[in-house]
Design a protein around this ligand. Structure first.
Ligand SMILES: Nc1ncnc2c1ncn2[C@@H]1O[C@H](COP(=O)(O)OP(=O)(O)OP(=O)(O)O)[C@@H](O)[C@H]1O
Length: 235
């Protein structure tokens, strides 16, 4: 089932942000949304998560129409992380576990397991201000994984990081997602990142966003795919 987006129209008052967007995301699939700056990528992502009400069309998650946030099914990681600054890394990751009513001892175990998976076992007791940008991003990812939601919506999660950290975190993320069996929709400005991480790439037009093309990332040469995407975005 996964996510089905059909004829989605989005607007802010009189200002259209997206028109007639139709695509699907299969369970376990990693789909990237790319498009020119300001075209409406984040708006589409917010609509998938029930944070922006469509002016037309619909979003379905596992067959059920999305009418508002579904925190048990859908987790977010934004560029602006919103970690709790006074809570240690471990206690940040514990938040969704507490919301789900997981007992304290199990919360700690699961949080430590997830922090271990993102390479942060050593810094579980540190607060965000004591961590690097890449580490904070890892805490946010561990926290999203702790929510147990099957769907992760990632909005430019690596935008504030240097290229090397981005590449490393992207590779780690793929491994983790495969282990945890998540379905992912990923907004990025980086064509390289989209090519590297995705099963499929949804290319949007300049705003208001429409679907330009949906590309399956198969066996083609990554350089050729990158060139094709550049052509689609800038022609
Ligand atoms: N809360 C809002 N109120 C009014 N207009 C908005 C709001 N959020 C976004 N917009 C407008 O909607 C359009 C799409 O914005 P959106 O953030 O979805 O684009 P984007 O492709 O994610 O942008 P970027 O690539 O710069 O991150 C833009 O014209 C933006 O100015």
């Amino acid at each position: 089932m996964g996510i089905e987006v059909t004829g989605l129209d989005l607007r802010y008052g009189d200002h259209p942000a997206a028109r007639d967007i139709t695509f699907d995301v299969r369970p376990g699939e990693f789909v990237s949304l790319i498009g020119p700056s300001g075209c409406g990528k984040s708006s589409v992502l917010r609509a998938l998560g029930g944070l922006l009400r469509p002016a037309g069309g619909e979003v379905r998650v596992d067959g059920e129409r999305v009418r508002g946030p579904l925190p048990t099914r859908i987790a977010y990681v934004f560029q602006d992380l919103a970690l709790f600054p006074w809570r240690s890394a471990r206690r940040n990751v514990e938040v969704p576990l507490a919301l789900r009513g997981v007992p304290r001892r199990l919360r700690r175990e699961r949080a430590d397991e997830l922090l271990g998976k993102v390479g942060l076992a050593e810094v579980a007791d540190k607060v965000p201000a004591q961590l690097s940008g890449g580490m904070r991003q890892r805490v946010a990812i561990a926290r999203a994984l702790a929510s147990d939601a099957g769907i992760l919506l990632l909005d430019e999660p690596f935008a504030a990081l240097d290229e090397q950290t981005r590449t490393q975190l992207g590779a780690e993320l793929l491994r983790l997602l495969a282990e945890e069996g998540k379905t992912v929709v990923f907004v990025t400005h980086s064509l390289l990142e989209a090519v590297r991480l995705s099963h499929r790439i949804v290319v949007l037009t300049p705003g208001p966003a429409r679907i330009r093309e949906v590309i399956t990332v198969g066996t083609e040469d990554p350089h050729e795919l990158h060139a094709k995407l550049t052509g689609l975005l800038f022609s």
